[in-house]
Design a protein around this ligand. Structure first.
Ligand code: ADP
Ligand code: MG
Length: 347
């Protein structure tokens, strides 16, 4: 497991770190009882929690947009849900800092929730074994759904809490209350390939309860055939993707990713121009596969590309943006990394 064992006795200050995630394939399936294949990345949120003498929560974030108070609901929600688990959480000073882009589709929200929860675990001397990590992930999902009002499906929090170096996680939500999580080795760099995240620069707000995300959930619940066709086929693609990874059949994995994007664009209708332009430019420049990742309506793409074509693909995407007078996109090469950990806990 990734974390050093937290100190057995309660501390006065503790630091927790939780990663953002990329979903390789399997989008909008978690809340539909389906399959997804996320992995934790090396962009992460760090939370420092300090015990207070009173029962207040005092929160600061370097990244919180000026004038935005809504972000504190994530922290308040996590503390409330941990207390519901029976954790004896005191009043806290909470300081947050992050390298995960906010609203960029790499799940800064789950990284924030899980960083705070992990720091609190360190503060209380609560060991983070596998079962506790799942409980924490679920508590964080409830915090986002019930306290913030963003009805997320649970993939993001599981990836942040259970991520493992060099692995993606196959998550099966058939049993919503007990999602099954299977680590899948993802040895792309061993075969000369890279995973490239491209940030379109377009931001979404999932906490907007009437936004497209909540609407898609309602459409699925109401049996909208085209939305459900995406979900059924996407689940089949996830199964096929795991087989392709096991066989190290990388062009096949790439084709499945690109097909997933087409389905999210045409059947699920959650893509936007800039996502489509990045995907098309990347494929045109020889990437094996490319798709939007995360809920859509902006955010990032994930592209599977031979390491030696990385520069060509990046240049092609940048050129496509320039041709449309759009501000340059951001690129990050990512590796599947470890899940949340207690960085320090001091008495
Ligand atoms: P994503 O999870 O894809 O980044 P969301 O809309 O789910 O997008 O979550 C983004 C929101 O989470 C932000 O608008 C903000 O309220 C909150 N948030 C995430 N990380 C931080 C942070 N480091 N500091 C303050 N707020 C944050
Ligand atoms: Mg989010």
């Amino acid at each position: 497991m990734p974390s050093p064992s937290p100190s057995p006795s309660p501390s006065t200050v503790a630091v927790g770190r939780a990663p953002g995630r990329v979903n390789l394939i399997g989008e909008h399936t978690d809340y539909n009882g389906g399959l997804c294949l996320p992995f934790a990345v090396d962009l992460a949120t760090t939370a420092t929690v300090r015990r207070r003498d009173d029962d207040r929560l005092v929160m600061r974030s370097r990244e919180a947009p000026a004038g935005d108070e809504q972000w504190t609901a994530y922290v308040v929600g996590v503390v409330a849900e941990l207390r519901r688990l029976g954790w004896d959480v005191p009043g806290l000073d909470v300081d947050v800092t992050s390298t995960v882009p906010l609203g960029g589709g790499l799940s800064s929200s789950a990284a924030l929730e899980c960083a705070v929860a992990t720091a609190v675990a360190g503060l209380l001397g609560q060991a983070l074994d596998g079962a506790t990590r799942r409980e924490v992930a679920e508590a964080c999902r409830r915090a986002e759904t019930e306290h913030v009002g963003a009805p997320t499906g649970g993939m993001d929090q599981l990836a942040a809490m259970l991520g493992a170096d060099g692995h993606a996680l196959l998550v099966d939500f058939a049993d919503r209350d007990r999602p099954q999580v299977t680590p899948v080795p993802l040895p792309v760099s061993r075969d000369g390939l890279a995973l490239l995240v491209t940030d379109t620069g377009v931001r979404h707000v999932l906490a907007d309860g009437d936004g497209g995300y909540a609407q898609r959930r309602r459409e699925c619940a109401a049996g909208h055939p085209r939305r459900l066709r995406h979900v059924t086929r996407e689940n089949e693609r996830v199964r096929a993707a795991v087989e392709a990874i096991d066989a190290r059949a990388w062009p096949r994995l790439g084709d499945l990713m690109t097909a997933s994007h087409g389905s999210l664009r045409d059947d699920y209708e959650v893509s936007v121009d800039r996502l489509d332009v990045v995907v098309d430019a990347a494929i045109g420049a020889g990437a094996l596969g490319s798709r939007m990742t995360g809920g859509g309506f902006g955010g990032c793409t994930i592209t599977l590309v031979a390491e030696k074509r990385l520069g060509v693909v990046r240049d092609a995407v940048d050129a496509a943006y320039r041709a449309r007078d759009w501000a340059a996109p951001g690129h990050h090469v990512v590796q599947p990394g470890r899940g949340a950990e207690v960085l320090s806990a001091v008495e």
